[in-house]
Ligand binder design. Sequence first.
Ligand code: SF4
Ligand code: ZN
Length: 312
Amino acid sequence: MFGERITDAAILAARGAKNLVDPFRPYHMLVEPEWSADRVVEDVATVFLSNRECPFRCLMCDLWKNTTDEKVPVGAISEQIRFALDQLPVAQHIKLYNSGNFFDAQAIPRDEFQSIAQLVAGFRTVIVENHPKLCGSACVEFQQMCGTQLEIAMGLETSHEPTLSLLNKQMTTDDFARACEFLCANDIRVRAFVLLRPPGTSEIEGVERAIESVRFAFNCGVQCCAVIPVRAGNGIMEQLQVDELFSPPTLTSLECVLDETLSWNRGRVFADLWDAKQFANCLNCVDERIQRLHQQNLKQALLPEVCCTHCL
Ligand code: SF4
Ligand SMILES: [Zn+2]
């Protein structure tokens, strides 16, 4: 385990350079299918907005890489969304992901909420990311402006309190629970991000704690959880890896967590499969395993396990 908590300064000092982003263009955009709250597969557009870097310094976060140092001008975010909607195929739902917190006034200018709301009003769900400590009346007002279902995606990360404190997230599980209570009371849906094997966690603890974290999230009123295998890539995580305080989880652990939490039928659970090949320890079955996880994400059902003669 860690000797002492890693400071903001140490996390910042370990960083490499940022990518150059244009304040008037999203840095990425895509449409992908997702099993919806209405229990059908529908298309979700994701617009990765370029905006000012998040003020939090979470240990595992690499989202700062595609952010600006300064607040973007009023009008820039609407312009990015307009640009993305012109390019992307039609979708039923939209994620406006800003590498930080949508309700951080330094990130998304409040003066733009009305124009953003007009642009996304035609979607059945508008999904934005936010820190539990930044969930207040602005969320309710934004849902009213959009006139559609707002869903707020929050990083629970882990319900294991000592690990949560190591992650430098500046919140407790009580903060997360309070934010969920507030949002649910205002008919705003909640999605949670749960980490698989954060630093200072063994493989088996990683699996158990991710499962417990999904349970905690559902108990808080969350309707949808995304389980994210922790990766290196932001500088400090590589240092922790060298010091043997962090190892990425295996694909098998991700399968265990998804299989267990889907079997509860308590809400949607998605395995984050971005670059998932790196977590595999058998090249013979990796594609089949990732395909099974992808299908489980889409169907929200348990599928037959992959049998491999190479890695029994
Ligand atoms: S709050 Fe989210 S975006 Fe900000 S540092 Fe933490 S994980 Fe990254
Ligand atoms: Zn295998």
